[in-house]
Design a protein around this ligand. Structure first.
Ligand SMILES: Nc1nc2c(c(=O)[nH]1)N[C@H]1C(S)=C(S)[C@@H](COP(=O)(O)OP(=O)(O)OC[C@H]3O[C@@H](n4cnc5c(=O)[nH]c(N)nc54)[C@H](O)[C@@H]3O)O[C@H]1N2
Ligand SMILES: Nc1nc2c(c(=O)[nH]1)N[C@H]1C(S)=C(S)[C@@H](COP(=O)(O)OP(=O)(O)OC[C@H]3O[C@@H](n4cnc5c(=O)[nH]c(N)nc54)[C@H](O)[C@@H]3O)O[C@H]1N2
Ligand code: SF4
Ligand SMILES: [Mo]
Length: 814
């Protein structure tokens, strides 16, 4: 282990060695093989600066999971082209953090015709996009006056900071989580705001796996540790598209897999780019049925005596009756559930699961045997299968495979959660404490507008208080498109936002006229990252943590102003100007925060050096990260954060919630990860009307909706509906034909991508397409949220945006 790790750190093996020694790597890296032959110095070489050209370090700070340095070539105050990291070399572990095509097209986002140019006030109806230009002073005055009035009439609980991740990689500009933004600092100085918990990314898994492993967020091993694995199993995980940076996690996966030569199984309704020829086996699965697949594999492992019984006895609660807590009824353990000895009396055989999942019996049996016998085996899940109607249970069920096979806490194994990575601790902007304690599930903000005061803890998951005192009356929407584009059921949200007496004030701060900005009462043009200085970080960076000094490359375009100035001006009008700025300007804060960071980490370069060198990288000094290693070594000495201190397969806390919460008839909260039917699932009666399961995915063309207005990216990776040839034939649809996708909630018109890369009966659409209604509520932009439901998942009250039923028809032949 140590040797392998050392080779990562010292580059004991060159990439070239790999290409020679591994057939898999040779295929995967063929495109770069020519470059590898060059000496490392010239790998890093880039075009020299032209005359009168300066090169400034900047960054791409969007929420794609990565964060990449960009080196801006500036001539006469204009960015003429964009390069990326040129530091380090081509050795795995000391590699360059290379931007993807999105970051490299940053110019087209900065100089985009959609750019907001000056503050504006709405004159049409919300959503119409009719605005008049106003001055900054008018904008500030109006916002401050509205805030004062609403706080006076309804209290601070009526002020809401909507989710927005457009620039979460920044420090001053950080847009997520809302509590870490400058807007939060402003609000906390003026009485506070309504909190939310959870996020669109991981609402269900955060809650679900906490009941299994405790301690809040459940960790996985680092991707680099896959070099110790024999088998890698990916459930709903597509790092090739969702951690795309050349310095990011998909690169670690490829390199580590090349070292271990581990087999890889990809379980996904789609044949993803992560599979893309690098997998040994693709198992297409019906969306929302992973729990049944896992249950049947558990049946095979139990009946063939392949489970790791000593591990289950020592570290887990509720695998069998021996470790069930005293409060649990007889036969309520997982083994009894699987064997059909529990209350439902159904054995979870491969024959039972094949009907549900669509996976052949033989594949279920073989996969179970392979997972149980490949030691160690890394079970990984992305966040796709948890963004579903029973995502909490699904996420817990994937962890079962890691538990049954005793792979937790060891090198090459894992927990069934997503991978972990390493980051360099950095002191963040102090945003102070929110005096308001009430918190809503982030997905239910539209409900908090229309029925806020009716929402309760046991029905709607309200935390901090039993009931809300006021509905939402004022929304801050900073660097987010979740007012419309990224939130579910757009037509419903539209109707709610239309009522100006419900939510009375909406302030949007963005770079572009997005669909959300069209719903603003006041819209403020923000600076882009290239127009100001900031530290950027929070990347999913594998074992190499880094941060970037993103300097100001060009002057602010048009009348745009930065978030620091905007909040300072409003703070001034709220009477807390001095408390907000503490006498510093933006650069003053950057220096201050960096001084504090350097105090706790004296080895860092000084501020001016950072400004020049742009990026600072550091490899994880502890090497591979192995989640729950200390617990595995000494479970008594290092108990987990669960009530029992052990891994809870049976959760008493969940049993308690199941007994006390108000649930709808078809909603299940269960102490075990049991398979459940859900609304709009494969067996919903509604399938007679809407026969196709529509699942979403995060798409390489964009980061959510950001970069969605860049023409060349739109051409390179088109917005199309994935549909299997069998389903297409039945409907007379061929490649490229214009189709309509529809259900009770809305209708979208886009071209079809007819492909065997998707399971029959399932269609898939990349999330984040720009909503473009045609006046009669038909969207021509391919925005999936016209079709998604606002109905939350039962436990997390999270967004099931991958669970939808639709039908598809031909509109026009290509
Ligand atoms: N159906 C469906 N919906 C989904 C998802 C899904 O899988 N399916 N995924 C969900 C997930 S996981 C997430 S995280 C959310 C993401 O939803 P959002 O956080 O809304 O992400 P974006 O769509 O990228 O919107 C970011 C906004 O920030 C703006 N922006 C970018 N840079 C800056 C800047 O420097 N300053 C300012 N002021 N604005 C800037 C962009 O123009 C854009 O309008 O979407 C969720 N929605
Ligand atoms: N290029 C790009 N990268 C991104 C983003 C982006 O918008 N663009 N967004 C970033 C953000 S904020 C987030 S949260 C992450 C999201 O990361 P994820 O949530 O992991 O990404 P998804 O593409 O939604 O889902 C992963 C896979 O799950 C599959 N899937 C869907 N339903 C099921 C199911 O029921 N079972 C199984 N087994 N598989 C299923 C999908 O087909 C998809 O291939 O990505 C990040 N990276
Ligand atoms: S979109 Fe993500 S991977 Fe691409 S350049 Fe930006 S931060 Fe890097
Ligand atoms: Mo996300």
């Amino acid at each position: 282990m140590k040797d392998a790790q050392e080779s990562l750190l010292t580059g004991g093996l060159t990439r070239r060695d790999f290409i020679k020694s591994s057939g898999v790597a040779a295929v995967g890296l063929a495109a770069t093989a020519g470059a590898v032959a060059l000496p490392f110095k010239s790998m890093a070489a880039s075009a020299p600066a032209a005359k009168d050209e300066k090169i400034v370090w900047s960054a791409c700070t969007v929420n794609c999971g990565s964060r990449c340095p960009l080196r801006m070539h500036v001539v006469d105050g204009e960015i003429t082209w964009v390069e990326t990291d040129n530091t380090g070399n081509d050795l795995y572990g000391n590699h360059q953090v290379r931007a993807c095509l999105r970051g490299r097209s940053m110019r087209r986002r900065i100089y985009n015709p959609d750019r907001l140019k000056y503050p504006m006030k709405r004159i049409g109806k919300r959503g119409e996009g009719k605005f008049k230009r106003i001055s900054w002073d008018e904008a500030y005055d109006e916002i401050a006056a509205s805030m004062k009035r609403i706080i006076k009439e309804y209290g601070n609980e009526a002020i809401y900071l909507n989710y927005g991740t457009g620039t979460l990689g920044g420090t001053v500009t950080k847009s997520w989580p809302p509590g870490s933004t400058l807007i939060a600092r402003l609000m906390n100085l003026t009485g506070g705001y309504l909190n939310h918990y959870g996020d669109y990314s991981t609402a269900q898994i955060t809650v679900g796996l906490d009941y299994t492993y405790g301690g809040g967020w459940a960790d996985g091993n680092s991707f680099s540790d896959l070099e110790n694995s024999k088998l890698i199993v990916q459930f709903g995980n597509n790092p090739a598209e969702t951690r795309m940076s050349g310095g990011g996690l998909t690169y670690y996966l490829a390199e580590a897999k090349a070292r271990s030569n581990a087999r890889m199984i990809v379980v996904d309704p789609r044949y993803t780019d992560t599979a893309g020829g690098r997998e040994e086996l693709w198992i297409p699965i019906r969306p929302g049925t992973d729990t049944a697949f896992v249950a049947a594999m558990a049946y095979v492992m139990i009946t063939e005596d392949l489970v790791d019984q000593p591990f289950l006895d020592k570290y887990c609660v509720g695998y069998d009756e021996n470790t069930l807590p005293a409060s649990a009824p007889a036969r309520s353990d997982y083994k009894s559930y699987i064997l059909g000895l529990g209350p439902d009396g159904i054995a979870k055989t491969p024959e039972w699961a094949t009907r549900i999942t669509g996976i052949p019996v033989e594949t279920i049996i073989q996969t179970a045997r392979e997972i149980a016998t490949a030691k160690p085996c890394a079970i990984l899940q992305g966040w796709g299968l948890q963004r579903t109607a029973a995502g909490e249970i699904a996420s817990r069920s994937i962890a079962m495979l890691a538990l049954l096979t005793g792979n937790v806490g060891i090198n090459g194994g894992g927990t069934g959660a997503r991978e972990s990575d390493y980051s360099i601790p950095f002191v963040r902007f102090p945003t102070l404490t929110n005096p308001v304690k009430a918190s809503i599930p982030m997905f239910l903000w539209t409900d908090a507008i229309v029925r806020g005061t009716e929402m309760t803890a046991t029905r709607d998951g309200i935390r901090g208080v039993d009931k809300l005192k006021a509905p939402i009356k004022f929304i801050w929407n900073y660097a987010g498109n979740c007012l419309i584009n990224q939130h579910a059921d757009i037509n419903r949200t539209h109707d709610i936002l239309q009522d100006e007496k419900a939510c009375e004030m909406i302030v949007v701060i963005d770079n572009h006229m997005t669909s959300s900005a069209k719903y603003a009462d006041i819209v403020l043009p923000d600076l882009t990252t290239s127009e100001q200085a900031d530290f950027c970080m929070d990347a999913f960076a594998g074992n190499m943590g880094y941060f970037i000094f993103a300097d100001q490359a060009i002057a602010p375009q048009f009348e745009s102003k930065g978030i620091y100035e905007i909040c300072s001006e409003i703070a001034e009008r709220m009477g807390v100007g001095e408390a907000f700025t503490e006498g510093r300007d933006q650069e003053g804060w950057l220096r201050h925060l960096y001084t504090l960071t350097k105090k706790q980490d004296p080895g860092l370069p000084d501020f001016e050096t950072m400004r020049k060198q742009g990026i600072y990288k550091r490899r994880d000094p502890d090497g591979h990260y192995v989640a729950y290693k200390a617990f595995r070594e000494d479970p008594q000495g290092n108990p987990l954060g669960t009530p029992s201190g052990k891994i809870e397969i049976y959760s008493e806390r969940l049993a308690q919630i199941a007994a006390t919460w108000e649930l709808k008839e078809d909603e299940v909260i269960h102490p075990l990860p049991v398979y459940v039917s859900t609304f709009e699932g494969w067996d919903d009666k509604k399938r007679t009307i809407y026969p196709l399961q529509l699942t979403g995915f995060h798409y390489k063309a964009r980061t959510h909706s950001t970069y969605g207005n860049v023409d060349i990216l739109k051409d390179a990776a088109r917005q199309e509906l994935w549909i299997n040839p069998l389903d297409a034939d039945e409907r007379g649809i061929q490649q490229g034909d214009l189709i309509r996708i529809f259900n009770d909630r809305g209708e979208v018109h886009i071209p079809a991508k007819v492909t065997p890369r998707i399971l029959p009966g399932v269609v898939a659409l990349g999330e984040g397409g720009w909503y473009a209604p045609d006046g009669s509520k038909v969207d021509k932009g391919g925005c999936i949220n016209v079709l998604t439901t606002q109905r939350p998942s039962p436990l997390a009250k999270g967004n099931p945006q991958h669970t939808n039923l639709v039908d598809v028809q031909l509109v026009k032949k290509a």
